[in-house]
Design a protein around this ligand. Structure first.
Ligand code: G6P
Ligand code: MG
Length: 218
């Protein structure tokens, strides 16, 4: 039985991937190399520090830890500028309806995000009241694919892993769910999310009845 749903934030509930991309691209421009949308796929679900390392590897550049800390801060300042202007219109299709449906069916809801900016995004989009527990990048020490973020979420909800379902758009997130002993729903393409128990293009048309059916069929 499903007792809890744990949601990734970026790319599952809100479309912040485009702001991460613009902010990283601006940094790459400044450092003098090209950073494409395809490159950006590698950054999804990955922590800020790890994302910078991937970006610099793409640019073939090396910096000291101090310089890297400054570059990461610079990217984050740009990103924060973008997300400070977000509102409820940037909630992805079907997400709000599904969060409400979970609540109506007595299923607990948690956030499991790597982002240290999660609270800003949840507050600006009005999503905060829909969560019974919020685990974000300020509460975790190990990044996905480490299962920590989802284990903490289920623990705070008081629900065993086997009764928890994770919703993820990133490969690293699907792996984190599986390492936490949780079933997962991939949001996106089966090409990248084939390891999830089921894959759907978005939360549009998702509801608790369909979720139960789909998971019992696998
Ligand atoms: C999510 C996003 C990543 C981002 C990470 C850290 O996992 O998918 O692209 O790098 O959060 O976000 P932050 O807001 O803390 O830089
Ligand atoms: Mg994501």
């Amino acid at each position: 039985t499903i007792q809890a749903c744990l949601f990734d934030l970026d790319g599952v509930l809100v479309d912040t991937a485009k702001y991460h991309y613009i902010a990283w691209k601006e940094l790459a421009d400044k450092l003098g190399f090209e950073f494409t949308e395809k490159d950006n796929e590698r950054l999804k679900g990955v922590s800020r520090a790890a994302s910078l390392n991937i970006l610099l590897e793409i640019g073939g550049l090396t910096f000291s830890e101090d310089e890297k800390a400054r570059l990461a801060e610079e990217k984050n300042n740009r990103y924060v500028e973008y997300i400070s202007k977000m509102d409820s219109s940037e909630i992805l299709p079907g997400a709000l309806e599904f969060l409400k449906d979970c609540r109506d069916n007595g299923i607990k809801v948690a956030l499991g995000s790597a982002s240290k900016n999660a609270m800003t995004i949840l507050n600006n989009t009005g999503l905060t009241p829909y969560f019974d527990a919020i685990i974000d990048g300020t509460k975790t020490s190990a990044a996905k694919p480490d299962p920590e973020v989802f284990l903490l979420g289920a623990q705070e909800l008081g629900v065993p892993a086997e009764n928890s379902i994770v919703f993820e758009d990133a490969e690293a997130g699907v792996e984190a769910a599986s390492r936490a002993g949780m079933a997962s729903v991939g949001i996106g393409s089966p090409d990248t999310l084939g390891a999830a128990n089921i894959v759907v293009p978005s939360l549009q048309d998702m509801n608790v009845v369909r979720l139960r059916e789909a998971l019992s069929a696998v």
